[in-house]
Design a binder for this molecule. Structure first.
Ligand code: S3P
Length: 436
């Protein structure tokens, strides 16, 4: 499917179960691989990124059975049971795979390397090289501190550090904590703005001596002897995938949408606050805890009045970094628009997302004021059908597929298949939910 044509829709109706959360799936697979014993997961993310993680773990000697229905069985190799890979690991398009596995590779008593596709090969790695290097790791990067990364064993092993990451990044925090499993002494990470905490919740659930003494602070006491396996764990749905349909429904008066078993981890639920501020309230239907993570179902009906406006910055800017493309598209349907600040990270995602959003909104006849660390998308803008470029970025493809529902005339999304990086069933779910 190199490109897809999308016609406008009047409404959005029905129920959707988003794919298993991408961030949680990566972490479950990696920690299950390091645990003692067999882990059994279900609703593992169907996205290509999480399958890149499984392929890398297999290359490190971990026995994994993954079925098409999302069940994954992992025979834990133990913290000290990984085997040297024959070739460089391939993280594909996945920054999370590469950065988190780097924390593990840095601590191994064997050499290894990890790289990825053209997009991943451009992404900045200084942010992990710096703290892992301070822990004693030996890592060589390509020019500009980009992948591939090559690891040689740390003479004398790793030691703990106290570190305050200069960029708000759960990937950086997680790489440090994973290396901290092997480090002598205390590994302490202090975050100025909180990032998603799936690594911390899961490490604790699997028996690692991890504390969270204060706001934004995590301490792991290493080296850790062993981790328990993760038995019968069902991964909650991905809120960043659900966001496309929640925002679509929020902008369509004739919408009635139920999202089943989605992660409601407070660090991932900021979209619901922004939608409520705009005037679209999602109702939580059921809530349960799964290994420290919250999951539940949501119901959203199209707003009776128009949407207002919002500013997203600070903690919300960090929490909504993956939702920015769809929120920028939604902004055109509000009255006052949405201002995005403190989101310079958008420029170093799978693509420069600020540039990609601005370019595609312009193609649809809309305005987007670009800034170095964000953008302002005015409200009350009519969209016209257009040829839209995903730039091989899954979240851009899906955000503009939703924009196409509201446009006058048909739109074509180029390189639409990249949605499969995180949500292979996206276009099928869209076709099922859209009312024309
Ligand atoms: C992720 C963290 C975020 C996010 C990415 C997944 C994770 O990246 O954008 O999609 O699973 O830790 P950063 O840590 O670079 O902000």
């Amino acid at each position: 499917m190199p490109e897809i044509t999308i016609a406008p829709a009047r409404g959005l109706h029905g129920a959707v179960t988003p794919p298993g959360d991408k961030s949680i799936s990566h972490r479950c697979a990696m920690l299950a691989a390091l645990a003692e014993g067999r882990s059994t997961l279900s609703h593992y993310s169907a996205g290509a990124d999480c399958h890149s993680t499984l392929a890398c773990l297999r290359a490190l000697g971990v026995a994994i059975e993954a079925k098409d229905d999302g069940t994954v069985a992992i025979a834990g190799a133990g913290l000290r049971g990984l085997r040297p890979p024959d070739t460089a690991l391939d993280a594909g398009n996945s920054g999370t795979t590469l950065r988190l596995l780097s924390g593990i590779l840095a601590a191994q008593p064997f050499a290894g390397a990890i790289g990825g596709d053209a997009s991943l090969s451009r992404r900045p790695m200084r942010r992990i090289l710096e703290p892992l290097g301070r822990m004693g790791a030996r890592i060589a990067a390509a020019p500009g501190d980009t992948p591939p990364l090559r690891f040689t064993p740390a003479p004398g092993g790793l030691h703990g550090i106290a570190y305050a990451p200069p960029v708000a990044s759960a990937q950086v925090k997680s790489a440090i904590l994973l290396a901290g499993l092997y480090a002598r002494g205390e590994t302490r990470v202090r975050e100025a703005l909180p990032t998603r905490d799936h690594t911390e919740l899961l490490l604790r659930h699997l028996g690692a001596p991890l504390e969270r003494p204060g706001q934004g602070e995590t301490v792991l006491h290493g080296p850790v002897e062993k981790l328990r396996p993760l038995e019968n764990y069902r991964v909650p749905g991905d809120p960043s995938a659900a966001a496309f349909f929640l925002c679509a429904a929020a902008a369509m008066p004739e919408a009635e949408l139920t999202v089943e078993e989605v992660s409601l981890n407070p660090g991932r639920a900021a979209l619901l606050d922004v939608l409520a501020r705009l005037g679209a309230r999602a109702q939580v239907l059921a809530l349960e805890e799964r290994a420290g993570e919250l999951a539940g179902s949501l119901r959203l009906t199209g707003p009776s009045q128009g949407l207002g406006g919002a500013a997203i910055e600070g903690t919300e800017a960090v929490a909504l970094i993956d939702e920015a493309p769809i929120l920028a598209v939604l902004a055109t349907r509000t009255r006052d628009g949405i201002e995005f600040r403190g989101m310079a990270e958008l420029r170093v995602k799978e693509s420069d997302r600020i540039a990609a959003i601005a370019q595609n909104l312009r193609a649809m006849g809309a305005v987007c004021e670009e800034r170095a660390d964000g953008m302002f998308v005015p409200g009350g803008q009519k969209l016209r059908g257009a040829r839209l470029r995903s730039g091989h970025d899954h979240r851009i493809a899906m955000a503009f597929a939703i924009a196409a529902l509201w446009a006058e005339g048909e739109s074509v999304i180029e390189d639409a298949e990249c949605a499969a990086i995180s949500y292979p069933a996206f276009y099928a779910d869209l076709a099922r939910l859209a009312r024309r």
